[in-house]
Design a protein around this ligand. Structure first.
Ligand code: 5RP
Length: 234
């Protein structure tokens, strides 16, 4: 498995580049969030600048994706202005053998679920370290919560069998705040035997906006690895 940081970066770059090749002229493309999706945005921008593609419009899943897309020269649109999204390309924090995902490591899972879920095809781009046998084994489930409801929501998450923890900013001087102005609770579950049921139960808690379980949404999963020094995508 590719684990050294430089090799992981090369794997993400390779898979981001390959995913950008799936975009065709005229497409409306959901632009994912995170370091792997950032490579895809960069390479998609380069294809547009080379004139390989025409009339492509992006719908960003976060302020991060919006800024990167603008820097890359990708024209943007909104959900108000399009009738459908042809393709979404986005990263993930975990992918299980059924292609169910945990997302939200970048606190963008609410917009990601809207955009990725509306797309006719949703391509997931990951390095090999994201593949797991069972969801929740390496990553907690991120939950976006309205700040006024943080205490009752955390109690309710405990009643569901989870260990919730408010996500703090890197400097630990305050909570992470989402693009919507909310907080994120990361919930560790000993096991997640039924991801679809857990996704529904978490979202039924008043004050929860969305959680990072993506069940049955992913289509193709592109996996980047570095083998014998060579970045590859499978
Ligand atoms: C953001 C996400 C990201 O797609 C996920 O965290 C993967 O990020 P990276 O490509 O940097 O590993 O869900 O909310």
């Amino acid at each position: 498995m590719t684990t050294a940081p430089e090799l992981v970066k090369q794997a993400k770059q390779a898979v981001g580049k390959q995913a950008a090749q799936w975009v065709e002229s005229g497409m409306v493309v959901g632009l994912g969030t995170g370091s792997t999706a950032a490579f895809m945005i960069q390479f998609l921008g380069e294809r547009l600048q080379r004139g390989e593609l025409q009339q492509v419009r992006g719908i960003p899943t976060s302020f991060q994706a919006m800024v990167l897309a603008r820097q890359a020269g990708i024209p943007l649109t909104t959900l108000d202005e399009v009738s459908e999204i042809d393709l979404a390309i986005d990263g993930a924090d975990e992918v299980d053998p059924q292609k169910n995902l945990i997302k939200g490591g970048g606190a963008a899972h609410t917009r990601e679920k809207i955009v990725d879920g509306l797309a006719k095809e949703f391509i997931v781009v990951v390095d090999g370290s994201k593949l797991v046998a069972h969801l929740g084994s390496t990553f907690p489930v991120p939950v976006e919560v309205l700040p006024l409801a943080i205490v009752p929501v955390m109690r309710a998450l405990e009643q569901l069998g989870g260990e919730p923890e408010i996500r703090m900013a890197v400097k630990k001087d305050g909570p992470v705040i989402t693009d919507q102005g909310n907080m994120v609770v990361d919930v560790k579950f000993a096991e997640i035997p039924d991801p679809a049921s857990l996704e529904m139960h978490i979202n039924n808690i008043p004050g929860v906006l969305e959680n990072g379980l993506f069940v049955g949404l992913a289509g193709r999963v592109l996996v980047g690895e570095v083998t014998d020094g060579q970045p590859q995508v499978r």
